[in-house]
Ligand binder design. Structure first.
Ligand SMILES: Nc1ncnc2c1ncn2[C@@H]1O[C@H](COP(=O)(O)OP(=O)(O)OP(=O)(O)O)[C@@H](O)[C@H]1O
Ligand SMILES: [Mg+2]
Length: 235
């Protein structure tokens, strides 16, 4: 299948397992979310996909095996990971942050990639020289996404992009993601706590509980709310 496929994936830290037996697919062009309580393993799952923690089992992307490859090789294969807390360099300018995102591009490709990001995010274009740390939370999230888009990924993974943002900003972020997705033909995999914000954006949500996937269903499915309620109540 084209897109991302995980089969029997596990991961952990220093011999302590966190994830086990994860089967999940994000077909090319689709958008999905991972939900679950704090500590369920959501971040670890994104890190396993992007090669930041070594996974067991098999991960393929457009048919190519990713498991065992380095984060750089996985990024080159078309997967971008915007980490929890955004990962931008607060002391560097917007333009410098984007250049860092494009560091593995050939020299002649960086300006074109940056122009593409500025076309997607006109609000950033007027702030090329602004120091990232002085921007609003919403603007910094746009920068983090823009940085992730520098290598023209086919799958964009975002770890809690709405964290710390006011509801109005979250709504505009969701709208931006929908636009970027349509314009770039991207697949999305986001970690979120905010189910309501996701309803128009993703076609499927995957609920993670104590390192296992307990449900995959459309966001409107009442079973999702039930699974989340049970997870939050520790049932
Ligand atoms: N670097 C690490 N070393 C050891 N244990 C870790 C490390 N990172 C995460 N863990 C543990 O792995 C488990 C899952 O953490 P993870 O960050 O994946 O959860 P999460 O679902 O993203 O949580 P949150 O909603 O708080 O971001 C937790 O028990 C956590 O303590
Ligand atoms: Mg997390």
């Amino acid at each position: 299948m084209s897109g991302l496929v995980l089969r029997g994936v596990g991961a952990g830290y220093g011999g302590t397992p966190v994830l086990s037996a994860i089967d999940l697919a994000v077909p090319a062009g689709t958008a999905a979310a991972i939900l679950g309580v704090n500590g369920a393993g959501k971040t670890t799952l994104l890190r396993a996909i992007s090669g930041l923690v070594p996974p067991s089992g098999t991960i393929t992307f457009d048919g190519a095996i990713l498991s065992g490859r380095s984060p750089e090789a996985i990024a080159r294969r078309g997967i971008a990971h915007v980490p929890e807390g955004r990962g931008t360099f607060s002391g560097f300018s917007v333009e410098e942050n984007l250049r860092i995102g494009g560091a593995s591009l050939a020299r002649g490709e960086v300006d074109g990639a940056m122009d593409r990001v500025f076309a997607l995010f006109p609000a950033l274009a007027g702030r090329r020289r602004q120091i990232a740390g002085t921007m609003s939370g919403g603007e910094q999230q746009m920068l983090a996404i823009g940085r992730g888009l520098m290598l023209r990924p086919r799958l964009l993974m975002l770890d809690e992009p709405s964290f710390g943002l006011a509801p109005k900003i979250v709504a505009s972020l969701v709208e931006t993601l929908a636009t970027v997705r349509a314009r770039e033909g991207l697949s999305l995999l986001l970690v979120e706590q905010n189910l309501v914000a996701l309803e128009g954006l993703v076609g499927e949500v995957h609920v993670l509980s104590r390192g296992r996937l307990i449900l995959s269903a459309p966001p409107q499915d009442p079973a999702v709310r039930e699974a989340l309620r049970a997870a939050y109540l520790g049932a």
